[in-house]
Unconditional design. Structure first.
Length: 176
């Protein structure tokens, strides 16, 4: 159990107490306790909670689309903005491949761009069309590989945004 403990100098600390019964000749005499100061652990846990909250607020309130996928192109994480953009729930996306959302004509170029994730600098930029609200929209993605200790790709983080207006302007410029 955790207790607030008092030091001789009057200051306090959080102590984790481990009790062991003292038994001699089958007779119980009391307990022996060891106290471990866990203030540092408590402080680290509090910092982690605060950082997690800051991270959550940041991710949940941004417009960029953020995803994490495994090496089989399956969603491991989708940001609230991603879910909102595609009008899907997180449960509908997790464990699924992102490729069905990509225009058939852009799947090959997406695969080719993503091959850059498996060699230095372990990042890539790609543009692809996705079907949203009964129309094709353009997304631009900056992807970064997450490596293990052996420099093997284990996950991919993608940050994307809608560039449809920019692409339409480019097309009009070329046509004129």
């Amino acid at each position: 159990r955790e207790y607030i403990m008092l030091r001789k100098d009057g200051t306090t600390f959080t102590g984790l107490v481990h009790y062991t019964p003292i038994v001699k000749n089958g007779e119980f005499y009391g307990f022996r306790g060891i106290v471990t100061n866990i203030d540092n652990q408590k402080n680290i846990e509090q910092e982690l909670r605060e950082n997690k909250e800051k991270y959550r607020i940041l991710i949940e309130n941004q417009n960029d689309l953020v995803v994490k996928i495994n090496t089989n192109n399956q969603f491991m994480y989708v940001s609230p903005s991603y879910c909102k953009y595609f009008n899907k729930k997180e449960e509908e996306l997790l464990g699924q491949s992102f490729y069905p959302l990509v225009h058939e004509d852009d799947r090959e170029s997406t695969s080719q761009a993503m091959q850059n994730l498996f060699k230095e600098p372990y990042s890539c930029y790609l543009e692809q069309r996705v079907f949203k609200d009964n129309q094709w929209r353009w997304l631009a993605w900056v992807d970064q590989a997450i490596l293990n200790n052996n420099n093997e790709v284990v996950e991919i983080i993608g940050v994307g945004r809608d560039i449809t207006e920019q692409k339409e302007a480019e097309i009009k410029l070329v046509e004129s």
